[in-house]
Ligand binder design. Structure first.
Ligand code: NAD
Length: 703
């Protein structure tokens, strides 16, 4: 951690150098503050320029500091910014790379902002359940207007330099050498502190519109108790910028920030942030050099195959898709073209780029085109014999050093690997539907999967812009194994007299984008039926509801009827509509099975579903299928829509108290049967008064 200092023609240039992201943590802030005071007292210094080393300006505060209680002596980025604001000299920033969070707030405190073309700026604090707490909420509305500032901060996405200049955040964008341009501005310029300006609502908008803009913003973000806690506070801070003098606004911002930094949603989001950084740390795995993936193959041009092919093409990896069913190939071609054309329409791709991407996906029925692929992902029907045949065939065609992967949802990776001569280069790559959009990838480790194969998979996951989580080779891996228990409880509740619509409404209120029944309708009741059958006794439900639905050809959204009915005129045929016929079906099946009808509170419903996830998660941890509680949380937040502001099921268990969860599981086990027996690990943690978050990593074993 260093602050380099150089004087150029009377301008002091400070270079932030705190790898990897020049984080402005407590210690570094102290160093910067001392240097600023020295510059202030040095008569030969006419102005100051900040720039950054390590190809970045600054990624902002050190996220670890948020959980550290500052003492009276602690110096923070706020103190640095206050010193800049107080200074009698002009300041400029020369941004080359990212200026995010506190990095951008430091820039806003300066008089001039120059960036190179490749730079990006952003205030992403909202993504951690926070607000920009070092003056960002007060300065940005004074610079670009409250309306634009709200949009910028509530989305939290970074903008490239040209866009930022257009918004009015940057003064100049240069090809390179931002430092020289910044020095020029400081030498020729005078002070023009944003703090001395008055905030405005927006270009061409009168001040009277302020309350309307603020109330609209409050309406557009999620409810306070459902993911919008920080958003509402951020809007309050911007309102203060518009209504109060700067110093009062800053004080209000600080108070709101303090409230957020201690709030449960922010802790949960920070947990997700840190858990994501742990994912690729595999205890006991020897270091290995990943192989380069220059060409990929996909077998099967169905729903998953076409999505996976798009994913490769988007990452610049040419891909050959093999399927001998002409109809499937035609449909896949249309999906691919439709996807790229949509991106052109949205302005995300040029016609030429779309064409190029389309060209990088080749559909064929000629398997020999796969001979030089570096990785081949199988996405054919969920049937072990079909899959084994595919791999046996691939073995004789594809170069021996290539990696084979299966996108199976439930089948045994080791059994498939045994059909090849390369079990060390075999693994599961479990994409989620739609594969080109969903951010999660489960990397499934077989018994013989080599360290190099795993290293390649993690690197490939990164190239494909996926969040990769390692799973052991066990039925359903992490995500689906847990969802089976969740779905089991959803069905059980409906059998006990709770309508599917109510179950879904409770889970949406909890924060899921859709409830369990709408999710089943989306993935297909036939899929659930197949999985149930393949599990034999274990998969058997208490009633025959699923068989009955399949008999009635109520397979879900695709047949416009499943647990719910659908109508093309309502939400483009995707909006679930309650169907009394299904409720009657549940009641009838329950009568036959002798299941008592009950009344439940919303909390009962929520606990039945979420605790089913938690208990299974605890089993998977003990079995070593999942490495860490945080890995499970990432799977659920990124793959299944678990509300991020609740941190994932295992984090949520800690929040509720593992002992409370345990007591409830025991109660459920007494009332509903052994499927609710608490996982021994959960019992152990509950009895010791512990938490999942302090549970020690285990080496991954194959269940
Ligand atoms: P799908 O029925 O849409 O597509 C399967 C495709 O494979 C078809 O186009 C078929 O023509 C082709 N195919 C079958 N046998 C083949 C063979 N021997 N050679 C070449 N092509 C062959 O199925 P899907 O939904 O894409 O699922 C594929 C795999 O992905 C399954 O293992 C499934 O469990 C898994 N998966 C599915 C989802 C999902 O939600 N759909 C999610 C994750 C994983």
């Amino acid at each position: 951690m260093q602050l380099h200092t150089k004087d150029v023609d009377g301008v002091r240039v400070f270079t932030l150098d705190n790898p990897p992201i020049n984080a402005l943590g407590f210690k570094f802030s102290e160093t910067i503050l001392e240097a600023l005071n020295a510059a202030e007292n040095d008569g030969s210094v006419k102005g100051v320029v900040f720039t950054g080393a390590n190809n970045i300006f600054s990624g902002g505060a050190d996220v670890n500091d948020f959980s550290t209680e500052p003492t009276a002596e602690t110096k923070t980025i706020r103190d640095v910014i206050a010193a800049v604001d107080r200074s009698s000299k002009p300041y400029a920033v020369a941004i080359d790379g990212n200026a995010l969070g506190g990095g951008l707030e430091l820039s806003l405190a300066s008089d001039y902002r120059v960036a190179t073309k490749r730079s990006k700026v952003g205030l992403p604090e909202i993504k951690l359940g926070l607000l920009p707490g070092a003056g960002g909420t007060q300065r940005l509305p004074r610079l670009i207007g409250a309306q634009a500032a709200l949009e910028f901060m509530l989305k939290g996405n970074s903008q490239n330099a040209d866009k930022a200049k257009e918004l009015g955040i940057l003064d100049e964008v240069v090809e390179d050498d931002a430092v020289s341009a910044a020095i020029e501005l400081v030498r020729g310029g005078t002070k023009r502190r944003i703090s001395e300006k008055t905030a405005f609502i927006g270009k061409g908008i009168t001040a009277q519109a302020g309350p309307f803009v603020v109330s609209q913003a409050h309406k557009m973000v999620p409810a306070e108790d459902n993911g919008g806690f920080a958003a509402h506070k951020l809007i309050d801070a911007v309102e203060a910028a518009v209504e109060m003098p700067f110093a009062f606004g800053i004080a209000r911002e600080a108070r709101l920030f303090e409230e957020l930094v201690r709030s449960a949603p922010s802790f949960a989001l920070r947990h997700i942030f840190f858990a994501e950084r742990e994912l690729s740390k595999i205890p006991g795995l020897p270091a290995a050099e990943p192989l380069e993936v220059k060409k990929a193959g996909v077998i099967g041009a169905g729903t998953m195959g076409s999505g996976i092919a798009i994913t490769f093409a988007q990452a610049g990896i040419p891909v050959v898709v093999v399927d001998s069913n002409d109809e499937a190939v035609d449909k896949a071609r249309q999906t691919v073209m439709g996807m790229f054309m949509y991106q052109v329409q949205k302005g995300k791709l040029t016609q030429e780029e779309a064409w190029k991407r389309g060209q990088s996906i080749k559909f064929t029925d000629d398997w020999s085109e796969l001979s030089d692929a570096d990785v081949v992902v199988e996405a054919v029907f969920e049937n072990m014999d079909v899959k084994k045949d595919v791999f046996t065939k691939l073995e004789s065609i594809v170069k021996p050093e290539a990696i084979f992967a299966s996108n199976t949802s439930t089948l045994d990776i080791d059994e498939m690997a045994s059909a090849t001569k390369r079990p060390a280069q075999f693994l599961g790559l479990h994409f989620f539907v739609p594969a080109n959009i969903m951010p999660l990838l489960e990397i499934v480790r077989g018994t013989e999967t080599s360290p190099q194969t795993l290293a390649t998979a993690f690197k490939l996951g990164k190239t494909l812009r996926k969040t990769s989580v390692l799973s052991g080779n066990a039925f359903g891996f992490i995500g689906n194994r847990m969802i089976f228990d969740y779905a089991r409880e959803a069905v059980a509740l409906a059998e006990e007299g709770v309508s599917p619509m109510r179950v879904d409404a409770v889970m949406k209120k909890f924060g899921f984008p859709m409830g369990p029944f709408a999710m089943s309708d989306l993935s297909g009741i036939d899929v659930a039926w197949h999985i149930q059958k393949s599990r034999g006794e274990e998969g058997k439900g208490r009633t025959n509801v699923i068989d009955r639905l399949v008999e009635l050809k109520r397979l879900g959204q695709k047949t416009m009827a499943g647990y719910f009915k659908y109508d093309k005129a309502v939400g483009k045929g995707r909006e679930p509509i309650a169907d009394p016929q299904v409720e009657e079906l549940f009641a009838e099946e329950a009568r036959k099975a002798g299941i008592a009808q009950r009344t439940y509170t919303d909390e009962d419903i929520r606990d039945r579903l979420v605790y089913a996830l938690i208990n299974r998660g605890a089993f998977l941890l003990a079995e070593g299928v999942a490495l860490r509680p945080g890995d499970i949380d990432i799977v659920y937040v990124y793959g299944y829509g678990f509300p991020p502001h609740r941190g994932g099921p295992m984090w949520y268990a800690d929040e509720v108290g593992v002992d409370t969860v345990y007591a409830k599981l025991e109660e459920f086990a007494r009332e509903f049967g052994p499927q609710w027996t608490p996982a021994p690990l959960l019992a152990e943690i509950a009895k010791s008064g512990g938490k999942f978050s302090t549970y020690k990593q285990k080496e991954l074993v194959n269940a």
